[in-house]
Write a protein that binds this ligand. Sequence first.
Ligand code: SAM
Length: 266
Amino acid sequence: MKETDCRAVIAPTPLRLSWRINRQFVSFEWAMVVDKREDRVRRMFGEIAGRYDFLNHLLSLGSDVYWRWRTVRKVPPAGEGPILDVCTGTGDLALAYARAARGRAAVVGADFCRPMLAIGREKARAAGTGSLAFVEADAQCLPFADHSFQLVSVAFGLRNVTDTDRGLREMLRVCRPGGRVAVLEFSMPRWQPFRGLYGWYFRHVLPRIGQAVARNGQGAYNYLPESVGEFPAGEALAERMRAAGASDVRYYPLTLGVATLYVGTK
Ligand SMILES: C[S@@+](CC[C@H](N)C(=O)[O-])C[C@H]1O[C@@H](n2cnc3c(N)ncnc32)[C@H](O)[C@@H]1O
């Protein structure tokens, strides 16, 4: 098994220095980037864990259930090899995989936020899914051997991982050769006028409802549109998956592009 050096995860600051060449001049500028340091992300999800599922279903008008269902349909379990869902949160995608596998394959849900995992464990117990286990782990240094899983998935989680490329490389490292990697993530619709209408809802309505219901000190529902706006989508994310070692990467916009499912093979 390859050694994974977890100490090498260095949290970037929310300020980024960039430089630009304007004809004769080189100018430097500081730009604010979304603060995705591990401590902040963990604290933020810890604060909203109790309201997370309710708000997910409310703010997406139930579409999140359909998006995870489509993910399992498009990238179904094949055989008995174990399945890993990273950034599993309260475990909805892991639960969907455990149901689809019908006890033939073990499913592991991994996340670094204990309050989210505690809810996932409770849901799995209530659903009687014995083949599903939860593990506390950082997606940037997974505690699993190389080539362990037939399928590695992540839903609405990769965007929150401090170092996206490191998270992708870890997903591919623990995936078996020939296995599949599925990334479900928010995106912005491209078709106008829906894009304009959805953009207004996503930037102005959703954060207000989210913050009012899940009162938290981290502005979790302001962070949501900010982090989606900054995150690569479409070909840009597909390219990052290829750079991390995935081949035959394809992507499928869902619900007019509000979410996108990316699928690659190791
Ligand atoms: C928006 S929630 C998504 C939860 C779930 N996958 C779903 O579909 O609802 C994002 C989750 O990613 C987790 N997360 C973010 N960064 C992480 C990291 N570096 N390692 C492990 N989990 C992480 C958070 O703790 C949170 O539970």
